[in-house]
Design a protein around this ligand. Structure first.
Ligand SMILES: C[S@@+](CC[C@H](N)C(=O)[O-])C[C@H]1O[C@@H](n2cnc3c(N)ncnc32)[C@H](O)[C@@H]1O
Length: 326
C-alpha cells in the first residue's frame, strides 16, 4: 500500500498560514522539549520562566513561600513554580512512568529503526507491523497523563508555600497550586486572591508575583496598547498592596520582593516602567527569553527588591478635625 502521510502538516486542505504554523511548531526545539516525557510542561511558555529563574534566581530561594501566577492557563509557569517549591518532581521524574502519548513520541523519536531498547526495559523493537504491535502492547504498561496527575495512593513530594494561579480560562489541577478562574480585572479578583492567601495561613503578602497575562490582540494598535497597559497597571496596583517589601526580610535581601511582568514594546509601556517600576524596585531588568519568539514584541521586566509604598499622609482635614472645623 502506498505511503499516505496522515500528519496535518501535509494536508492540502489547511490554509497556508496553518501549514506554516504547523511547520514552525514541528521544528521548534521548545515544543519538542515540552512534549518529551522527561519534561511534560503544559506550555512552551514554561521554558521562558525556567530561563528567567535561571538568570535571576528569584524562585529558587527558601525565602519564597507565596507565589501568585497571573494569566496562568494552561499552567506551564505554575508547573515550574510547583516544582521549585517542591510540590511536583513528577514533571522531570515521572513517579509512575510517562504518558502513552509522550512515550509513543519518545519511542518514535529515539528509535526510528526499531533497534534500540525501549525505556531501558531490554526489549528490542522489531521493524514493521510486529514492531507496531509490540510497541502498543508495551505502551499499555504506562498510565495516561490524567492518571499521573492525580493517582490516589502515590506519595507526593512535600511541597511548601502557597501558589495561586489565576486565569480567565479553566486550568486542569496541578499539585500544590490553587487555581482561580476569574477575570483579574474584575472588582472581586483582588479580594478573592487575598482570601486565598489568608486562608492558607499567610498574611496577604506574596514573595513573588508573576504576570504572563496577555489580552487577545484585536489588530487595532490603539486598542491593543490600551488593553496591555490596563493589565500592567492593574498588576502594579495589586503589587502595591500584596508584594512583600524586601525590608521585611532584612536589609541585605535587596533582591527579595519580585514582580515579573510581561509587556509589549511600545512608548506607553516604557513610560509605565519609568514612572511606576523604576522608583519602587531596587532593580528593574528587561529580559527577552530565548523561548520567546523573536518576531513577537513581548518581553519581561524582572523587577527585584520591592521598596513598598509609603502610606499616603492623612490630609490636614483628617489629621486635625478641630482645626479644619474652625
Ligand atoms: C500567554 S498565556 C499564559 C501562559 C502561561 N503562563 C503558561 O505558562 O501556561 C496568557 C494568559 O493570560 C490570560 N489572561 C488574559 N487576560 C486576563 C485577565 N484579565 N484575567 C485573567 N487572565 C487573563 C489568558 O486567558 C491566557 O491564558
Amino acid at each position: 500500500m502506498p505511503f499516505r502521510p496522515t500528519c496535518a502538516l501535509f494536508s492540502s486542505k489547511l490554509p497556508a498560514s496553518s501549514r506554516a504554523w504547523l511547520a514552525r511548531q514541528s521544528k521548534d526545539p521548545y515544543v519538542k522539549a515540552r512534549t518529551s516525557y522527561t519534561a511534560r510542561y503544559r506550555s512552551r511558555s514554561a521554558f521562558k520562566l525556567i530561563e528567567l529563574d535561571e538568570t535571576f534566581n528569584f524562585l529558587s530561594t527558601r525565602d519564597v513561600n507565596t507565589v501568585i501566577d497571573l494569566g496562568a492557563a494552561p499552567g506551564g509557569w505554575s508547573q515550574v513554580v510547583a516544582e521549585k517549591l517542591g510540590w511536583a518532581n513528577w514533571d522531570t521524574q515521572p513517579l509512575a512512568g510517562p504518558s502513552k502519548r509522550s512515550a509513543l513520541s519518545e519511542v518514535r523519536l529515539r528509535d526510528p529503526d526499531g533497534t534500540q531498547d525501549v525505556r531501558n526495559k531490554g526489549k528490542k523493537m522489531k521493524k514493521g507491523k510486529k514492531r507496531e504491535e509490540e510497541m502498543d502492547a508495551d505502551l499499555d504498561d504506562y498510565p495516561d497523563l490524567a492518571d499521573l496527575d492525580a493517582p490516589e495512593d502515590t506519595p507526593r513530594p512535600p511541597g511548601r508555600g502557597t501558589i495561586i494561579a489565576v486565569d480567565l480560562l479553566r486550568m486542569e489541577p496541578i499539585p500544590g497550586v490553587k487555581t482561580v478562574q476569574m477575570d483579574f480585572l474584575s472588582p472581586e479578583a483582588e479580594a478573592h486572591i487575598n482570601s486565598l492567601m489568608l486562608g492558607a495561613g499567610g498574611d496577604g503578602k506574596a514573595d513573588v508575583i508573576l504576570s504572563d497575562m496577555a489580552a487577545n490582540f484585536t489588530g487595532n494598535p490603539t486598542a491593543d496598547t490600551h488593553a496591555s497597559l490596563q493589565l500592567q497597571e492593574s498588576v502594579f496596583e495589586f503589587t502595591k498592596r500584596h508584594l512583600r517589601p524586601f525590608g521585611e526580610l532584612g536589609k541585605k535581601r535587596r533582591r527579595a520582593g519580585v514582580l515579573v511582568l510581561k509587556h509589549f514594546a511600545n512608548p506607553e509601556s516604557n513610560e509605565f516602567r519609568k514612572e511606576c517600576l523604576i522608583p519602587h524596585f531596587n532593580h528593574v531588568i528587561y529580559h527577552k527569553p530565548k523561548a520567546s519568539r523573536s518576531e513577537s514584541p513581548e518581553a519581561y521586566w524582572v523587577c527585584m527588591g520591592w521598596k513598598g509604598v509609603q502610606p499616603s499622609k492623612p490630609s490636614a482635614e483628617l489629621a486635625d478635625p478641630a482645626q479644619s472645623a474652625s
